[in-house]
Design a protein around this ligand. Structure first.
Ligand code: ARG
Length: 458
């Protein structure tokens, strides 16, 4: 089959060589962006007097028809035309005749593909930002229901100090807020037009890059034509922000998996987000949470892959850069899918407040309260720590918790202990007293929820 660039060739490549070089299998996902970019380009060619108005109208009409067909899934692509750009150009020429061949005036596939990717990513990033917001909304709603629900707080996965369950949920709300900010902030770099950079050096035609940028809704244009066609930092940045988001989701998934185990029983994942075992009838597995945790790996992989593809490339365009697409498409799909599933899982999970609460009473996570108690009475904290450590040891030896030890044992350890220690040992009191900014005290948590609501609903 004759190639659109076949003029200087005397032989054609074998089918399997063409297959290796083609990107149409995956870049057909850019079909709408590709046609939209072409419509803007040809409109500008008309406005600048580079093409006659009649030709522009014919080409535009042809492109509109192709766009309509693309939206209805009626286009069929061919490996013979390598990628989405040449496929569309060929279809246009087939549809409207040789005038279609004027579309590529003053343009290259190099600025074309970069433009498509910017348009594609802008749309998806806006979608991702909104999905993160919806997840935050669901988390804040859950948090509001559980301000006074107590749960053990952990360090080293050992019980450390009791906290409000809402406080734990809100920790993720703020992580997701930073993720959302990062994506939002990246839009100003994504929303830049490379169109009109040509193959690498610009063009001799009197084009208007600002006009195509405006028609496509870009805020600004790339200042340098070499840079415009040869960097993929905007995609790497997207993969990097996606990696961080997936890392946050994955950690949360790990907690849901732990919490829903027989050992914790803090939550129950809804039947609609769990699966059974083909052999063990009793099983209810947190598959969706595990999958999100697992899929984090492929997103990290795509980030490493593209960083590596780019690191040795001389300016400007190199075919290596065709490798930027599959990882980006897969990341978009993975991130959007994970956010939707995760939000549904949180929305529908059952919180076992009784089990959580009981856990905070059957451990030594109130030991810090005792040390603080002595420190407030003037005992150097390091000595207070030692005294309470010994009391914990006494409890372990006797099979008791701190709240079960009689007052005389306390007073033997330090005459400063009085009846009010039992009040201090209560996990509810312990949580409520942590009033430092950003701490787990109920008042603080309420304020944090209000603040988050304002940011999220803004
Ligand atoms: N399919 C190519 C890509 O994805 C489009 C740009 C091709 N440009 C070229 N000079 N071969 O990168």
């Amino acid at each position: 089959m004759k190639k659109l660039w076949g003029g200087r060739f005397t032989k054609t490549a074998a089918q399997w060589v063409d297959d290796f070089g083609a990107s149409i299998h995956f870049d057909q996902q850019l079909v709408e962006e590709d046609i939209e970019g072409s419509i803007a380009h040809v409109t500008m060619l008309g406005e600048c007097g580079i093409l006659p108005k009649e030709d522009v109208e014919t080409i535009k009409k042809g492109l509109m028809e192709l766009l309509e067909k693309a939206r209805n899934g009626e286009l069929s692509f061919s490996v013979a035309y390598e990628d989405i750009h040449l496929n569309i150009e060929k279809m246009l020429i087939d549809e409207i005749g040789s005038v279609g061949g004027k579309l590529h005036t003053g343009r290259s596939r190099n600025d074309q593909v970069a433009t498509d990717m910017h348009l594609y990513l802008r749309k998806r990033v806006i979608e991702i930002i909104e999905l993160i917001r919806q997840l935050q909304h669901v988390l804040v709603e859950k948090a509001e229901q559980h301000i006074e629900t107590l749960i053990p707080g952990y360090t080293h996965l050992q019980r450390a100090q009791p906290i409000s369950f809402a406080h734990h949920l809100m920790a993720y709300v703020w992580m997701f807020e930073r993720d959302r900010e990062r994506f939002k902030e990246s839009l100003k770099r994504i929303n830049k037009s490379p169109l009109g950079a040509g193959a690498l050096a610009g063009t001799t035609f009197p084009i208007d890059r600002h006009l195509t940028a405006k028609l496509l809704g870009f805020d600004s244009i790339y200042e340098n034509s070499l840079d415009a066609v040869s960097d993929r930092d905007f995609i790497i940045e997207f993969l990097s922000h996606s990696s961080l988001l997936m890392m946050h989701l994955s950690r949360f998934c790990e907690e849901l998996i732990l919490w829903s185990s027989q050992e914790f029983q803090f939550i129950e994942i809804d039947d609609t987000f769990a699966t059974g075992s083909s052999i063990m009838p009793q099983k209810k597995n947190p598959d969706m949470a595990e999958l999100i945790r697992g899929k984090t790996g492929r997103v990290y992989g795509h980030l490493m892959a593209l960083l590596t593809v780019m690191k040795g490339l001389p300016l400007a365009y190199n075919k290596d850069m065709q490798e930027d697409k599959e990882g980006m498409f897969d990341t978009v799909q993975t991130v959007i899918g994970s956010l939707k599933i995760f939000t549904g899982m949180i929305e529908t999970m059952t919180v076992r407040t009784d089990v959580m609460e009981k856990a905070t009473r059957q451990d030594f996570s109130n030991a810090t309260e005792l040390a603080d108690y002595l420190a407030k009475k003037g005992v150097p904290f390091r000595e207070a720590h030692e005294i309470v450590g010994k009391l914990v040891l006494t409890c372990i030896e006797r099979g008791l918790f701190l709240a079960d030890l009689p007052l005389d044992v306390y007073q033997q350890a330090s005459p400063l202990f009085e009846e009010d220690i039992y009040e201090a040992l209560d996990p509810y009191t312990a949580v409520n007293r942590r009033m430092s900014a950003g701490g787990t005290g109920f008042k603080e948590v309420k304020q944090a929820i209000e603040k988050a609501k304002q940011i999220i609903e803004a």
